[in-house]
Design a protein around this ligand. Sequence first.
Ligand SMILES: [Zn+2]
Length: 186
Amino acid sequence: MYHPFSPHQRARDGLFGLQAAYRLQRHVPAGHRDFWGRVRIGAAHTCWPWTGGLSQKGYGLFQYMTFTERAHRVAWELTRRCQIPRGMVVMHICDVRACCNPYHLRLGTLRENTLDMYQKGRGHDQRGESSNRAVLTWEQVRTLRATWAAGGVTKEQLAAQLGISRSHVHNILMGRYWREPQAARA
Ligand SMILES: [Zn+2]
């Protein structure tokens, strides 16, 4: 079985994951070391908590230079050696948000993740954070639009997923916020 943390495997992997994902080519070696140095790596069946900072929602936050990403997403990309496909999210099988064990991470759609969250009764704990002050990224906005275009999900679910209000989701989908550069030119 592929094990990303044997010295042998690490040497063979090189730094592909971070390089592809974040285009920090010059700084990748340090970034790669920094990342796994902050994960409490254990056995394959246990959770590997992120020992660095956490987001308000309890996800590990990997900060490197000017770049910030949720740690489990970095863990997924580093170990799968590819970027998270557009429109997909990295889900925790174990429900431990700070966990970076690649065996506990799987790819899913935003819709799957939202349903999973509701089924496990976690849909409500984000209500208080539903505010337009939430900072989104372009990646999240594009995922949001792609998910909406694919159908089968409500604006409320998308809002809960991102921790923003339904009207904010609506405005993003209408193109009032987060206008794509090419759309602005057209
Ligand atoms: Zn875990």
